[in-house]
Design a protein around this ligand. Structure first.
Ligand code: 2NL
Length: 373
């Protein structure tokens, strides 16, 4: 370890040699600094006010020099002081520079590497079918309405003209919210069994004329199998105005089916029953798989069971009893009339895409879903 020597003479040659010794010691000690702790020791050894090398220079060289040599020794000590300060500062910069480049190296990013491929999802086939049906009616000027999936008995049944002991209110079919027995029947909560309550809610808010479609989830206490699911999707429509006739119903639905399944499909109406419409009908569409022939080559057509017709929806003229519940908002059955229809979106998606099990729609198996890309 370098120590400042006491000088016996102060000739330029002796000073020169002593200065060279000091600088080479400074160089090698500076080079040995590899971390912050080293650097502090190095700095203190050379620059400490108490007995640092620079202080020793003052004591052993400057103060010890005889009068005539003082000027030269003073100049040399000043030069050495500057070199020591520079060496200490440079060693610190070298350490910090090393930290910066380590940081840069760890953060460096090769922007020429290929990116991460994130597969895009697709619209679910049931949602896609609902959107197509909604679009067909929007083009006819219909608006879209939505409402709660948890409903009261009033909106789900009573206001829709379900008689008190109608089988559709049966515990077998309806999923009720638990612990509602203290409430009046009309206030008891359940999972809506159809989207019709939204039609009543919309008529309460908007005066006639009205043209709306309502897509949404509905719930029934059905055990799941290939054609049943306790949750499924419905689209309903409602048109109310002065002088709406069964002819308007037929023309509107015929037009919508041609928009959905192609302009060559035919429609046919057969008598039916719904509590909220009178008269009621089910609408058949000529089979868009076999073109109405009932055969595919020499094989029987499965989707239409060889009949050439597929039942697609239920419909009818709004029963005056239903209008009674919203009469206060301008729905007076002496002044207005209307038609309504409802269809199962899952069933239509099954027919459209040739799917043989409704459960596939709700299992979230990507191998099934990615086929709709
Ligand atoms: C079906 C049949 C239908 C309606 C739904 C409706 C709603 C109001 C008044 C009258 Cl507020 N009718 N909706 C009418 C006829 C049939 O659905 O088979 N759906 C799957």
């Amino acid at each position: 370890m370098y120590e400042v020597p006491k000088l016996t003479d102060f000739t330029p040659a002796t000073l020169d040699a002593a200065a060279r010794d000091l600088l080479s010691a400074l160089d090698s000690e500076a080079a040995a600094v590899t971390n912050d702790a080293d650097w502090k020791i190095f700095r203190d050894r050379w620059m400490a006010r108490k007995n640092g090398v620079l202080m020793q220079l003052n004591e052993r060289w400057l103060k010890a020099a005889p009068g005539p040599a003082k000027r030269d020794v003073g100049q040399l000590v000043n030069e050495l002081k500057a070199k020591v300060e520079t060496a200490v500062e440079t060693a610190l910069q070298r350490l910090q520079g090393g930290a910066t480049s380590a940081k840069l190296a760890s953060e460096c990013l090769d922007i020429t590497l290929p990116g991460i491929h994130r597969p895009l999802g697709v619209e679910h086939p049931v949602i896609r079918t609902m959107n197509e049906i909604v679009a067909a009616f929007r083009n006819l000027g219909y608006s879209v309405s939505e409402g709660p999936e948890i409903e009261s008995d009033y909106y789900n049944f009573e206001s829709l003209n379900f008689p008190p002991n109608h089988p559709a209110r049966d515990m077998q079919d309806t999923l009720f919210i638990a612990d509602q027995d203290r409430k009046a029947l009309r206030d008891r909560l359940l999972l809506r069994t159809h989207t019709s309550p939204v039609q009543i809610r919309t008529m309460e808010k908007m005066k006639p004329p009205l043209r709306i479609v309502i897509p949404g989830k509905v719930y029934r206490n059905d055990p799941p199998d290939a054609s049943h699911s306790p949750m499924f999707h419905q689209i309903e429509g409602l048109a109310v105005d002065t002088n709406i006739t069964f002819g308007d119903l037929k023309g509107t639905l015929d037009h919508a089916m041609k928009a959905l399944f192609g302009s060559s499909v035919k429609t046919q109406f057969r008598p039916s029953f719904f509590p909220f419409t009178e008269p009621s009908a089910e609408m058949m569409v000529s089979c868009f798989i076999c073109g109405g022939s009932g055969k595919r080559g020499s094989e029987p057509c499965r989707p239409c069971k060889t009949t050439g017709w597929i039942e697609i929806l239920g419909c009818g003229m709004v029963d005056p009893n239903v209008f009674e519940f919203v009469k206060h908002n301008g729905y007076d059955s002496k002044k207005v009339s209307g038609f309504a229809f409802g269809m199962g979106a899952d069933r239509i998606a099954i027919l459209k895409y040739g799917v043989d099990d409704i459960q596939l729609f709700f299992q979230g198996d990507v191998r099934f879903l990615e086929q709709f890309r």
